[in-house]
Design a protein around this ligand. Sequence first.
Ligand code: TXA
Ligand code: MG
Length: 345
Amino acid sequence: MNNPVRPADPDAIREAAGLLRAGALVAFPTETVYGLGACALDIRAVGRIFAAKGRPPDNPLIIHVSCLDDITPEVASVPEVAKQLAARWWPGPLTLVMPRGPRVPDIVTAGLATVAVRVPAHPVALELLRAVGAPVAAPSANRSGRPSPTQAQHVADDLGDRVAMILDGGATQVGIESTVLDVTSDRPMILRRGSVTLADLESCLGVGAVDSVNIHKDREAARRSPGLRHRHYAPTASVTLCQPKTAEALASEALRRGEIVAVLIRGEVGQTTLCLPERLDKERTNRVLMPHAAIDYARELFGCLRALDRLGAGALFIEEVPRDGLGGPIMDRLERAAEGSGQPR
Ligand code: TXA
Ligand code: MG
């Protein structure tokens, strides 16, 4: 089988744009995670995204465009707050949910009256979008339920036999998916937390201007954001979230049961890289040191979960991180990973 991974040079990007225009699937890097792209106006091509990922059809897709002006044909109107936020964060890791324009196919929005749009801040993604000259629908390029891919190889591992090309633009910078903000009502509502935090949004719109409900427990958020209903971020290993300093004690029981066990602990202040053993010891609890600062932790998290699967880990014990700033979005993902883990796929 041909290897679909190609370094994202100008020739490959041009070729990828042609493939997208012809209805094929192309994975590409963004600043958050890799996306699995298809031409958003081509119903059959978008259908291939759902088939390749095994994605439930009620979970809508984000449309990617290269600049603010390009959203005009896809939305019914651009709310004033959307203009303000786009001026501040686009290109960037903020997805805006707006009233849907008439030409956006139902399959993209899962039949909702809204459409999610963003301009990614990655030179390869932007060059690709400009070369395609049409909006590109792209979920994270993982099999449904798995951790999102932060490297081209992760995409190849999950979807290598199902895509026409994977543009390799190196490891992604942010490491977790974009913030999803619904701007269709008077009070914008965060539907998925990401690296653009509540405090960031409030610094732009004013303190108290954004809904910061508990997005996992709030019914209204769940109704508006179908993505919250589905399993996500789960490695093959089972995941248990632990209070700080308790992971090793909890892990010892799994070790006695004969499982291959790893604990994920934050390193000391100043540790910016992931410290992962080359192989896992069956006889003891393997320590994985995560970067200390949330910004570095977020960048390494999904790759770490995938690496531990590859090393054969059976049970992961992950220490909670402080929930301030980017810690909140990280904890959302860890909680989802713990919920969905250890279940048959
Ligand atoms: O960073 C990202 O957002 C990445 C990169 C590739 O852009 N994309 C991504 O897509 O994470 P996906 O499909 O894995 O997650 C999209 C999220 C889901 O939770 C989905 O339910 C929500 O956005 N969403 C999409 N359209 C929506 C809509 N019209 N209303 C509410 N939520 C929507
Ligand atoms: Mg996803």
